[in-house]
Design a protein. Sequence first.
Length: 287
Amino acid sequence: MNKEGVNGHINSINRKRKSKVFAASSILSQRRAQATIFIIIAVVIVGLAVLFFFLLPGTKVTPGFDEQNPAAFIQTCLENQIASVIENVSLQGGSVSPESFILYQDSRVEYLCYTSEYYVPCIVQQPLLKQHIESEIRDGIAADVVSCFKSLKENYEQRNYDFGMTPKGTTVELLPKRIVTNLNYAVTISKGQTKRYESFSVILNNNLYELISIANSIIEWETTYGDAETTAYMTYYHDLKVEKKGQDSSKIYILTDRNTGEKFQFASRSVVWPSGYGNVPVFNGEE
């Protein structure tokens, strides 16, 4: 065989080898593509199954639910709603639905000291302000408390526990630096062994207790002299900002914790002069 014949034979062999390699590569690519499609389909099916499970009416199993710590579930379930009610009450003078109020920046700010007459000091509207606010917070979260314990019950029953519950009421305590919600629910949980819980507590860091104490002091000045000197409070309490806004013969006091931004605001109408005899002084709370 001459040289040209040998080269031709070699080239023919190389072409056949390349053809086989290409065919094998093509088959491998197809198999990879098929495997990818199967994986995608499997992920979609699992996702749909999970979605269907959690959207199915009556199915409320909570991801990450700790069977050994029902108190943590209640804390997580309620803390945001409690905080929301506290903020709402604080911006409205201590009530969820104020009856005697003045509108200020879209908030219905309740009068904690009021008189409709001229020249005379106001009369205290909420003599037991702390207790009133505690009851307002309690009533404001009542429906959420019921809902959270119902959800707790469903989570345990979905995991084949026997769950017994006896509601005995809810109380809220305003304490220095914190607000404690006591949930007097006797709960019994059984599966193999039985555990009993007499009550649960949700604790939030909040300075409302101190702000209400300052509010009561201001109200006392309002009932005696028809006004309160705000700078004195900030001189003594360096973490406190006190603002006094005049509006329609009324005053709105805004008490702010400088460290946390938490506020309590309320209105007063006291020793009012007829139009033309002077205006209510306005103080912006800055030292």
